[in-house]
Ligand binder design. Structure first.
Ligand SMILES: [Zn+2]
Ligand SMILES: [Zn+2]
Length: 176
C-alpha cells in the first residue's frame, strides 16, 4: 500500500465530511435536530452549548473507523483503508473546530482575518447566523465559502419570499 493511496483516502474522506456536515447541518440540525442546534443560534453567556453534542457524532465516526482498521481490535476482519478514512474524519474535525469555534466564534482564540480566504470563511458563517430560527439560511458547510455578496443576495431573496426571518433590517451590515 503506497503513501499515495493513503493520502488519497484521507483527502477523499476529508472532502466527503464537508458534504456530510453540510447535509446534516441543513437537514438534521435545522430540521428535526433543531432542539440541539438552537442554542448555537441564540445569544447566551454559557461556556458550552447543546450544539456541542453534535461533535460527539463526528468523534464516534472517526473512532469507529480507527477500530475497524485495527488488526489488534478486529483481527483478520480489520479493513486497512478504514484507518485512513478515520484519519480524514479526524482532520476534518480539527479543521472544523479551528474554523468554526476558533476563527468565527472566537471560543478559544481571537484573530480577525482582514483579507483572503480566512476572511471569506468568517463572512460566510456570520451570514449563516443572519437568520432567526431554523428556516431558510445560507452557508451550511464550513470549509468552502461562497462570495459574501451572493450569500447576501440569497438571504434577501429568502426574506422577500418569506422563507427566512433575518436578524436586523440591514443585511449589508452583517458579515463584514
Ligand atoms: Zn445552523
Ligand atoms: Zn456558528
Amino acid at each position: 500500500m503506497s503513501n499515495f493511496i493513503a493520502f488519497a483516502i484521507i483527502l477523499v474522506s476529508f472532502l466527503a465530511m464537508e458534504c456530510v456536515a453540510w447535509a446534516s447541518h441543513k437537514y438534521i440540525m435545522h430540521g428535526f435536530g433543531w432542539a440541539w442546534h438552537r442554542d448555537h443560534h441564540e445569544p447566551h453567556d454559557n461556556l458550552l452549548e447543546k450544539n456541542d453534542l453534535y461533535g460527539i457524532f463526528g468523534a464516534v465516526m472517526s473512532i469507529s473507523m480507527f477500530a475497524w482498521g485495527s488488526p489488534m481490535i478486529m483481527g483478520q476482519h480489520a479493513f486497512w483503508p478504514a484507518t485512513w478514512i478515520g484519519m480524514g474524519i479526524l482532520l476534518y474535525g480539527i479543521v472544523y473546530t479551528l474554523v468554526h469555534d476558533g476563527l468565527v466564534h472566537q471560543r478559544y482564540f481571537k484573530w480577525v482575518p482582514k483579507s483572503g480566504y480566512a476572511k471569506k470563511l468568517v463572512q460566510a458563517h456570520k451570514l449563516h447566523h443572519a437568520t432567526i430560527g431554523k428556516e431558510g439560511g445560507v452557508s451550511f458547510g464550513f470549509i468552502f465559502a461562497r462570495d459574501p455578496q451572493k450569500l447576501k443576495a440569497a438571504l434577501r431573496q429568502q426574506r422577500e419570499s418569506g422563507i427566512a426571518i433575518l436578524r436586523g433590517a440591514n443585511i449589508d451590515e452583517r458579515g463584514n
